[in-house]
Write a protein of this length. Structure first.
Length: 232
């Protein structure tokens, strides 16, 4: 379970947010561009320092300003998939997925087994030797998702993971996220600005407006309230 209380003064407003995400569930962060969604993910990931915060994951404190606790990003066990997948185009699918595992100095056999497992389950086993730069957008996103899950994260975070994907690829990625969040029983945060994404993938949703929680509840209820921040 993730529990976070975050305060960060930004240029135009102050991000002031309390967030709780249970294991096996997907919480969707919604709002217009610049509402604080990606900033929230970057703070939780340890890529951005908040002014004050308390961030706990599975009862482990990742950040607590009052106690000067700040676990480095690489030690937070968070799988993070960015909007543009951020695969390494010059590396093969195999090496992309193995990247985080090698950084953790896992045995070669363990790395090989995890790469084989995730390429099979992401339906990209036939692409294992292909350079990522030669893949389609949907294939790249599946590689990025496999890389994030291969490290056995305690939390999965996705920042606009469906942007730029065609309808078929979007459905595949959504189904895979739902499947493995439930299977691995990890909390997941997904950022989007589209109500349809929230309804398809989310258990709960939180609408942000200028860094503050405007509304939260079950994701299926958002269409009645989406005019709050003009989500589409």
């Amino acid at each position: 379970m993730l529990e976070a209380v975050i305060v960060k003064k930004l240029r135009d407003y102050t991000l002031d947010l309390e967030l709780s995400v249970k294991a096996g569930e997907v919480t969707v962060l919604m709002g217009v561009n610049g509402s604080g969604k990606s900033t929230t993910l970057n703070i939780i990931a340890g890529l951005l320092i908040p002014d004050t915060a308390s961030i706990t994951l599975n009862n482990e404190c990742l950040f607590k300003s009052t106690d000067n606790i700040d676990i480095p990003a690489e030690d937070r066990r968070i799988g993070y998939v960015l909007q543009n997948s951020a695969v390494f185009p010059h590396m093969s699918v195999r090496d992309n997925i193995a990247f985080g595992l090698r950084a953790r100095h896992l045995p070669r056999q363990v790395i090989a087994e995890r790469v084989a497992y995730w390429t099979e389950h992401m339906h990209i086993a036939d692409l294992i030797g292909v350079k990522a730069g030669n893949l389609s957008g949907g294939q790249k996103q599946r590689v990025a998702l496999a890389r994030a899950l291969a490290i056995e994260p305690a939390l999965l975070m996705l920042d606009e993971p469906f942007t730029g994907l065609d309808a078929d690829s979007t459905k595949v990625v959504k189904d895979l996220v739902r499947e493995f969040v439930k299977k691995l029983q990890i909390p997941c945060i997904t950022v989007t600005h589209r109500v349809v994404d929230s309804a398809d993938i989310g258990d709960f949703a939180c609408v942000l407006c200028q860094g503050k929680k405007e509304w939260e509840g079950h994701s299926g209820e958002i269409p009645e309230l989406c005019s709050v921040c003009h989500c589409t």
